[in-house]
Design a protein around this ligand. Structure first.
Ligand SMILES: Cc1cc2nc3c(=O)[nH]c(=O)nc-3n(C[C@H](O)[C@H](O)[C@H](O)COP(=O)(O)O)c2cc1C
Length: 167
């Protein structure tokens, strides 16, 4: 239950908490009236394997939000370590993002970026509006993966997953 009560934890503390969390970087895509749209997203999670459900959270103020909201399907591209420039392009606004990277449509039209270490196309089944963001829950209908090392994100910096040390 989301309430309108004042926050009990200040912004700086929450930012500090989030800066400790290590994620990959995805580019979430959709096709909007024949025009590819997409943004960089690290708020990605697997929900379950059977059924194959995943979730991404997208800020409502992003230009990609409304095209995603009215789509039936979305693409999730897990970026490879050598795709830092792709991450930067898709984290920016107002440029022709898809001119910068080769891509092709998946079966239901969602753009798949060449060179990603994995991709999924998923049918959107829930659009949970939570104030500033929408959590999209989607059922995976197509996917591929490779052995390419992933791009890793932590506290505003990017890393190469092939250079991680075993704990
Ligand atoms: C590493 C990284 C992770 C990001 N994760 C998210 C995210 O999970 N959800 C989101 O809405 N924006 C996220 N962003 C910000 C968007 O990619 C950014 O606001 C982008 O400019 C939106 O593009 P658009 O307005 O063209 O859709 C992330 C940015 C970076 C660099």
């Amino acid at each position: 239950m989301i309430t309108t009560q004042p926050p009990t934890v200040d912004d700086a503390t929450m930012r500090g908490v989030h800066r400790t969390f290590v994620t990959g970087v995805t580019v979430v895509t959709t096709m909007d009236h024949g025009v590819p749209k997409g943004l960089a997203v690290n708020a990605f999670s697997s929900i379950s394997l059977d059924p194959a459900l995943v979730m991404v959270c997208v800020q409502r103020s992003s230009a990609t939000h409304d095209p995603l909201f009215r789509s039936t399907h979305l693409g999730i591209n897990i970026l490879a370590a050598d795709q830092l420039s792709t991450a930067s392009v898709f984290a920016s606004k107002g440029v022709d993002k898809f001119a910068a990277v080769p891509w092709s449509p998946a079966e239901h039209g969602s753009p798949v970026l060449s060179g990603a270490c994995a991709w999924m196309e998923a049918e959107i089944c829930e659009r949970l509006q939570v104030r500033t963001h929408t959590a999209f829950v989607a059922r995976v209908v197509g996917a591929e993966h490779s052995d390419r090392p992933a791009l890793v994100y932590r506290a505003g910096e990017f890393f190469d997953s092939s250079r991680l040390h075993p704990a």
